[in-house]
Design a protein around this ligand. Structure first.
Ligand code: GRF
Length: 195
């Protein structure tokens, strides 16, 4: 059974979808949810599902390195096989990534390689794209650029705002991320594409 640590910063809706999916004959189970923000709503969602939680508040550390040392100290004893970043809003250093290489996943709200970084839905609407979506990828030293494991496409409708598009894309995220994690936990890196 693979052990999954989920890192969050906010609402944790993707975390919730992942926890809900890791049941029955799923090859993985959540072992901890860690947030860099003490007020992350996802922490209570995790606790209500019986998943242990921890807070590593990045504002309490003078350097990124000190924060990541504290984060690693929370993770290492639990021996997670996979780190699933789910709305985690900190950029991890190459040093940290090298400790967990090949075992970190992230979900990004665009069809990478289009729109790495922030404000992805606004950019897609401004570019008059007809579709948007989300990508699950392995995390490497290059931000939002690791090997793609899954993508889900959603239409951009004529009257979409960044919020209506974000809602549609988030629903796709909640389908895609669990499907990718399920497959990744068996060692299968074959691309998943929805629809
Ligand atoms: C989502 O748009 C996700 O793609 C990005 O963070 C946002 C919030 O995710 N990684 P969640 O609701 O906290 O899972």
């Amino acid at each position: 059974m693979k052990r999954v640590a989920i890192l969050i910063s906010g609402s944790g809706s993707n975390m919730e979808a992942l926890i809900n999916n890791m049941v029955g004959n799923h090859p993985a189970r959540p072992v901890i949810v860690i947030s860099n923000k003490p007020t992350a709503a996802g922490l209570n969602k995790a606790r209500s599902k019986g998943v242990p939680t921890a807070i590593v508040d990045h504002t309490l550390f003078d350097t990124r390195e000190d924060f990541e040392t504290a984060l690693h100290a929370q993770l290492e004893p639990l021996k997670p096989d996979i780190l699933a970043l789910a709305g985690f809003m900190r950029i991890l250093s190459p040093q940290f990534i090298s400790l967990w290489r090949g075992r970190i996943l992230n979900i990004h709200p665009s069809l990478l390689p289009k729109y790495p970084g922030l404000h992805t839905h606004e950019k897609a609407i401004a570019a008059k794209d007809t579709e948007a979506g989300c990508t699950v990828h392995e995390v490497t030293e290059d931000l939002d650029a690791g090997p793609i494991l899954g993508q889900a496409r959603v239409p951009i409708l004529p009257n979409d705002t960044k919020d209506t598009l974000a809602k549609r894309a988030l629903e796709a995220e909640h389908m895609l991320y669990p499907a990718v994690l399920n497959r990744f936990a068996t060692g299968n890196k074959e691309l998943i594409e929805f629809p």
